[in-house]
Design a protein around this ligand. Structure first.
Ligand SMILES: NC(=O)c1ccc[n+]([C@@H]2O[C@H](COP(=O)([O-])OP(=O)(O)OC[C@H]3O[C@@H](n4cnc5c(N)ncnc54)[C@H](OP(=O)(O)O)[C@@H]3O)[C@@H](O)[C@H]2O)c1
Length: 299
């Protein structure tokens, strides 16, 4: 099949593209610079030069493909509209990437007991209301002649296969730990995130392309840890004795910025990938703590 992928130079998009190429598919990928075009070409992706704001380029690339994977942004409505319009009536799959911070609560590093599967209603925070509305908009196209599907990953970890091989939260924690000589979380670090290995996430995209029905929504997770547990593993990996530090929210915002601190590092996002497992997804990569201690983050 011919697959058009946005975010082709990124962590998720580049990894999904590599997985699909290895399975024998032809992938065209949106890139916004000549440098990135060279980088993705070296990975076997045929570059399409443009940005998420170039509706005509997106439409042409989508119409030339059998499948569209939108992995550049969970939030860019203009690109989604252009891609869905281009696919209307085609019956083709449109696999959009969202993110499980849609269920997140600003908890200042405290634990929340709220756990969400695909049937649990969400009341999004103001920071994520537009993302939830975009998801609903996408799924409302289930009756418009294409096959819209949303994959909603939790915290992703592990080495990706894209030009950008790194995710967000774990690398931020490791970078800060190296700078301070001790890992540090925001507030008490009791806040919990579900997580998924990038290798397992790639297989979920492939499965979604193959057999997810129109209107399917899939959380991606295979375990959960508190930020403090992740920090403790980082200290063990780096050989730092003693417990991780608890930063004030102001101190954490000074390191990571206010939005990232509140909505990503000090929040809870606990989801269960019920539907993905029903679809036949069998995640089997190593868990987050093991990956930190013994995997790609060492050295
Ligand atoms: N990583 C996670 O743990 C995670 C979890 C859940 C959801 N998500 C969501 O998934 C999406 C992708 O995440 P990621 O981790 O793969 O990020 P990433 O590594 O930064 O990749 C983003 C990709 O999209 C491209 N891109 C961004 N804005 C663009 C624009 N305006 N026009 C064209 N291309 C554009 C980037 O191009 P350049 O290479 O030129 O920058 C890059 O290829 C994000 O919305 C993120 O919030 C991520």
């Amino acid at each position: 099949m011919k697959i058009f992928c946005t975010g082709a130079s990124g962590y998720i998009g580049g990894s999904v593209a590599a997985h699909l190429i290895a399975a024998g598919h032809h992938v065209t990928g949106l890139v916004r610079s000549r440098d990135k075009a060279d980088a993705v070409r070296a990975r076997g992706i045929e570059p399409v030069l443009g940005t998420l704001d170039d509706g005509k380029i997106l439409a042409q690339a989508a119409q030339a493909a059998d499948v569209v994977v939108n992995a550049a942004s969970a939030d860019h409505k203009g690109a989604v509209v252009a891609l869905l319009d281009a696919l209307a009536g085609s019956g083709k799959p449109f696999i959009h990437t969202s993110g499980s911070s849609i269920v997140g609560t600003r908890a200042r590093g405290e634990r929340s007991d709220a756990v969400f599967d695909e049937d649990t209603p969400i009341t999004p925070s103001p920071a994520r209301a537009a993302r939830v509305a975009l998801n609903e908009f996408i799924l409302s196209h289930r009756d418009k002649g294409c096959r819209p599907v949303i994959v909603c990953p939790s915290l992703i970890y592990g080495l990706g296969l894209g030009a950008n091989a790194d995710s967000v939260q774990v690398p931020l924690l490791i970078k800060l730990a190296k700078k301070r000589g001790n890992a540090a979380h925001a507030g008490p670090g009791e806040n919990v995130w579900s997580n998924v290995h990038i290798d397992d996430l790639m297989t979920l995209y492939a499965l979604a392309i193959e057999k997810a029905p129109a209107g399917g929504f899939y959380y991606a997770e295979n375990g959960e840890s508190s930020m403090r547990e992740a920090c403790e593993a980082i200290n063990r990996m780096l050989g730092f004795a003693g417990p991780p530090a608890a930063m004030s929210m102001t101190e954490a915002a000074g390191e990571w910025g206010e939005g990232t601190t509140e909505d990503t590092m000090a929040s809870n996002s606990r989801v269960r990938a019920k539907r993905a497992r029903e679809l036949g997804w069998k995640p089997n990569a190593r868990g987050l703590i093991e990956e930190i201690e013994q995997g790609c983050y060492r050295g």
